[in-house]
Design a protein around this ligand. Structure first.
Ligand SMILES: [Zn+2]
Length: 330
């Protein structure tokens, strides 16, 4: 009920937002299914063996992401080793930045985890997910949706915001390690930063596979801050959109506790408006399954979602919108 009342109140502000034509065409020219797919294909390839934290393949994955950050023109953050933040020996978060023009001390984080659970022999949670339907002889948890899809989104958004070049706040693009082992990369990040300086965390998880009932994104913990309202209001400002139509939905998977199960939660417990944007729930048939492979993803869907995140965060990037802090993450 609360959500609908708030949506209604926001209705009156709809026409005060309009998206510049330049931004609209930049979106169309920068978000391509080919480039989105390429990043997923590399990270989810068999040669990276399921990106288990602490392995050589995990380091190769981090290197690839750092190269993409470099190509996108991101800067490194002081105190890190280039784009790498050492979480513990051989474990690295990958972090790139675009400095804010007038509010550089205020940070917006776009994140996703790049680690996954490795292979049949290394999966720390062999009981999780369905193990049926895999091809004979397949032993690798490729993690295309979980969460190469999110990393692909983060890299795509980095390229877009760098080209757009209108961020008043500082943007950080972060690929976390150790998520599957207990949100370890993000916990380290949070312990090493000043949470009050973080205005919002947009964590992107499993956006590559829709289902019969749901092929639009939802926001985990949506009721804990007003981020979802900001995303929808900015999204609806795109020319041609029906103003009453929300794109970002509430999370209906209440029994799955998705808000607490990804890296956003490490920030939320410190009061930061930090949510995950997801399309696929953990009830998905290929969740932690050997078939979570590139070929099972819908790249048109991913493009739509990434594009919506780019538009939905406009006011946060320019400093116009500030989501409310989270008072109780639990
Ligand atoms: Zn995940």
């Amino acid at each position: 009920m609360k959500f609908f009342i708030r949506s209604f109140l926001l209705f009156q502000f709809l026409y005060s937002f309009s998206l510049a034509k330049g931004q609209s065409s930049l979106i169309d020219s920068l978000f391509h299914t080919d480039s989105i797919r390429h990043i997923v294909e590399v990270l989810a390839s068999d040669s990276l063996k399921g990106r288990l934290t602490g392995t050589t393949e995990s380091l190769k994955s981090a290197d690839f992401i750092a190269d993409e950050f470099q190509k996108a023109g991101l800067s490194s953050v002081a105190g890190n080793i280039g784009f790498f933040q050492e979480v513990r020996t051989g474990w690295f978060n990958v972090i790139g930045a675009i400095k804010g023009k007038s509010k550089a001390g205020q940070l917006i984080i776009f994140s996703a985890h790049y680690d996954h659970v490795g292979s049949i022999n290394t999966n720390p949670y062999p009981w999780a997910g369905s193990q049926s339907g895999a091809e004979k002889g397949d032993t690798i948890y490729n993690g295309a949706n979980d969460d190469a899809s999110g990393v692909s989104a983060v890299i795509s958004l980095a390229k877009y915001f760098k080209a757009l070049n209108n961020n008043e706040r500082t943007l950080l693009f972060v690929a976390f390690t150790g998520e599957e082992l207990g949100l370890l990369g993000s916990k380290y990040f949070v312990a090493d930063c000043e949470p009050d300086s973080i205005i919002a965390v947009i964590n992107i998880e499993m956006i590559g596979r829709g289902s019969f009932s749901n092929s639009q994104p939802f926001v985990t913990g949506y009721e804990k801050s007003d981020l979802i309202d900001i995303l929808n209001r900015n999204y609806r400002s795109l020319p041609g959109k029906k103003p009453e139509k929300n794109f970002f939905n509430i999370d209906k998977n209440i029994n799955e506790f998705l808000f607490t199960r990804s890296d956003n939660f490490s920030f939320a417990v410190k009061g930061v408006p930090a949510h995950s944007i997801m399309v696929t729930s953990a009830n998905d048939k290929y969740y932690h399954n050997l078939n979570d492979e590139t070929k099972t993803l819908d790249f048109n869907l991913m493009k739509k979602v990434i594009r919506a995140i780019a538009i939905g965060t406009t006011g946060i990037i320019t400093g116009k919108d500030t989501p409310t802090r989270i008072k109780n993450a639990f």
